[in-house]
Design a protein around this ligand. Structure first.
Ligand SMILES: Nc1ncnc2c1ncn2[C@@H]1O[C@H](COP(=O)(O)OP(=O)(O)OP(=O)(O)O)[C@@H](O)[C@H]1O
Ligand SMILES: [Mg+2]
Length: 368
């Protein structure tokens, strides 16, 4: 059954609402009245609206404030807002309206043909966006289900390998051991790939859960250096840690920031053949900064913008063959940004790369 899209009409004067309804009567949509900003806010909680036509000048709460508050609500990402106003022609109001997130203005007094034409066009846009969002939701649920389903048998395979390798099922010879080691490495790699895809889709669908607690970034860096120094040494690389001991405790999700650091240090090791990897923490003003500097191949300037994009793995990267997803930096960026932080890279090609991320010191929580 086709459900008519709903249009929220907000105006403190009932005669204006009636005029809007009359003008839009022929369209395949249902108008829902609100006579104040608060009225509108209450209505958007229980309804899905395609479009909101909002008067600017209203007592108590004006149209701009109303729309700002509307947009702070979950589930209104898809709502298109048009201001209906006699005052929009000057730049001041135009800017305020755009800043509040409106997609258009309709001048008062209303010209019926213009109102109908614009509303018709935006309803079409809404239907298209809705279809895309629904398709994305299906994709995301599918990805999530598949990755979950892949994890379960993988755990069983891993455990099987571990048991045989440990010798409790009977003694194994060196050749068998070697093959089991290869199997284990590949199972681990597969598990990493699946985790990457799962993380990515969770972030993409805004479904990743963050546990924000008071944490010490230096402690996380020390943790990573312990696990990574042997990996670095195995490649003949030096891992140097410089910690600013005056760093304050801040709120962040320890596991997630550990994941970011793990990826950045892993990358540094992966793309560096000789020299040093230095992890440094510093503080300035109201941010904490962590940098991972390597003396590896570096990154060409024109390739930098691709790094943090989905599947932006550089074409020449040898990791293509090793089967990584190239999602590490995308995931890292999302995680850092969910902490209201920022991440970027500075590099001179051939001289190495420095990946830097900053986290705010003031206690701000993840916004969902
Ligand atoms: N320290 C670095 N030096 C040079 N190039 C780098 C460095 N870090 C990342 N890159 C480049 O950026 C690409 C993307 O990195 P990213 O961590 O997203 O993916 P990946 O390491 O290839 O795969 P994954 O992390 O998913 O296993 C890398 O493939 C590499 O080409
Ligand atoms: Mg990586």
């Amino acid at each position: 059954m086709h459900e008519k899209p709903k249009i929220l009409i907000v105006d403190d004067k009932v005669e204006n609402l009636i005029a809007l309804e009359k003008t839009l009567a022929d369209l395949d949509a249902e108008c829902v009245r609100a006579t104040s900003g608060n009225d509108a806010l209450a209505l958007i909680l229980d309804n899905e609206f395609a479009l909101a036509l909002v008067d600017v000048q209203m007592p108590e709460m004006d149209g701009y404030e109303t729309v700002e508050l509307i947009h702070q609500n979950r589930g209104t990402e898809n709502l298109l807002v048009i201001f209906v106003s006699a005052v929009w022609q000057d730049d001041y109001h135009l800017i305020k309206g755009i800043e509040a997130g409106a997609v258009d203005f309709i001048a008062k007094p209303i010209v019926p043909e213009i109102l109908r034409g614009k509303v018709r066009a935006f309803l079409k846009l809404y239907e298209q966006r809705k279809k895309i969002i629904e398709a994305m939701e299906v994709k995301s649920q599918f990805l999530s289900a598949v990755s979950h389903e892949l994890r379960t048998p993988l755990t069983a395979i891993k455990e099987g390998i571990r048991l045989v390798y440990s010798g409790v099922t009977g003694e194994i010879n060196d050749e068998q051991k070697m093959f089991l080691e290869i199997a284990k490495r590949n199972v681990d790699r597969l598990a990493r790939l699946i985790n990457d895809v799962l993380d990515f889709q969770q972030l993409d669908a805004n479904k990743m859960k963050f546990t924000m607690r008071e944490n010490d970034i230096n402690e996380v860096v020390s943790d990573i250096s312990e696990t990574m120094s042997s990996v670095a040494e195995a490649k003949g690389l030096r891992l140097v840690i410089n910690l600013d001991k005056t760093l304050p405790i801040i709120h962040f999700d320890r596991d997630k920031i550990l994941q970011v650091l793990t990826n950045l240090v892993n990358n540094a090791v992966k793309f560096t053949e000789k020299g040093t990897i230095a992890i440094t923490t510093t503080r300035s003003e109201n941010i904490i900064q962590v940098s991972i500097k390597d003396t590896g191949q570096g990154i060409k300037e024109d390739e930098v913008p691709k790094l943090f994009k989905e599947f932006g793995q550089l074409a020449t990267g040898k990791e293509r063959e090793t089967g990584s997803t190239g999602l590490g930096l995308v995931i890292s960026k999302e995680i850092v940004e969910k902490h209201n932080g920022r991440i970027w890279v500075e590099s001179e090609y051939g001289q190495g790369a420095t990946f830097i991320f900053i986290l705010p010191i003031d206690e701000r929580r993840v916004t969902h």
